[in-house]
Write a protein of this length. Structure first.
Length: 335
């Protein structure tokens, strides 16, 4: 039976590191996933209010659909500047594409942002938003281990009416195939069943990683938008005011088109963990990265089966990561 890899983090995929940085006064932060060798990459955007950078670069028909890092940030449109800081640091490390001899290295750093501007933090930054500096700090902090909960891009997040955060999970499928997920969970929908305590993602939990609670009786899931009046009063029912940002990583040698399929399938994990998902109020985005360490072979039929297995595992990992994000942030209190 597949089990989580040793860390139960996206960094169980060898070659990846993750760094987080946050500004406590601003109540916001940045998370960066680094793959400096330039991995095959793709993205699938399904939310109604996305905030993104360089997603078209990853389209299968374009000339360089690879990435050296993925940057997730709070701060709405201002947070897109975090990727500038990431790109500057990576270029200084000679990471990136060179279009001419002696030219600067050009890192490909796609990114996405979530809206956390109404969380009470000090947003009076004038002409100098903190996100470029936070992006640089996140790169400096990158490693194989990192915290979950109210950190990095999840620092200022909410999930429906409760605290959101940063989550991660992994699964070892055997034969060298490892799938990992990272998420900054800030959805308008609820991660909890009507009892307010059991995660919608409970069937996918492994080893009590988000509390081990299971339903104790019959459960109704007939309400299309739970807590609608409360969400409206809290200002959550605004286009672009919420989102779930995710990165999936695998060890397989996926093409960009295959990575796109994995990203598309991984979105099902949001539907398993959040009710509702992909709304007009969210900017849901899933990036997919493939290291290429494990060959799936040349047979198209076999590759299709393996890509489908990876995509299904990615959806499960993402559902678990979303629940872990909220579970790890549950005891967080603003100072």
């Amino acid at each position: 039976m597949p089990r989580p890899a040793p860390r139960n983090l996206i960094t169980d995929v060898p070659g990846l590191t993750v760094g987080c940085a946050q500004d406590e006064a601003v109540r916001s932060g940045v998370t960066v996933v680094l793959c400096p060798e330039g991995w095959s990459a793709a993205v699938d955007v399904r939310g109604g209010g996305p905030g993104v950078r360089e997603t078209e670069t990853l389209a299968p028909e374009n000339s360089f659909s690879r990435a050296h890092a993925i940057c997730l940030s709070g701060g709405s449109v201002f947070g897109l500047g975090a990727a500038d800081g990431v790109a500057s640091i990576l270029s200084s490390r000679d990471v990136g594409v060179r279009l001419a001899a002696g030219s600067l290295a050009i890192p490909i750093v796609p990114g996405a942002v979530l809206h956390d501007l109404a969380n009470g933090g000090d947003k009076s930054w004038g002409l100098d938003p903190p996100y470029r500096a936070l992006g640089m700090a996140a790169v400096a902090a990158a490693g194989q281990s990192f915290e979950l909960g109210a950190v990095g891009a999840g620092r200022g997040a909410k999930a429906g009416l409760v605290k959101g955060g940063l989550g991660s999970a992994s699964i070892d499928l055997g034969g060298g195939l490892i799938v990992g997920a990272l998420v900054a969970a800030n959805p308008v929908g609820s991660v909890y069943m009507p009892d307010g305590e059991t995660f919608w993602a409970w069937p996918f939990e492994i080893d009590g990683e988000y509390g081990g609670r299971i339903p104790t009786g019959a459960v109704s899931a007939t309400e299309p938008l739970p807590d609608e009046s409360k969400l409206g009063a809290a200002g959550r029912l605004r286009t672009g005011a919420n989102t779930t940002l995710a990165v999936i990583a695998v060890t397989a040698d996926l093409s960009t088109a295959e990575a796109k399929r994995v990203a598309m399938m991984a979105h099902d994990g949001m539907g398993r963990a959040v009710r509702p998902a992909h709304t007009a109020f969210d900017g849901d985005v899933v990036f997919a990265l493939a290291s290429g360490a494990v060959s799936l072979g040349a047979d198209p039929a076999i590759r299709s089966v393996e890509v489908s297995r990876l995509g299904s595992a990615a959806a499960d990992c993402l559902a678990r990561a979303i629940a872990r994000a909220v579970y790890e942030a549950r005891d967080f209190r603003e100072s």
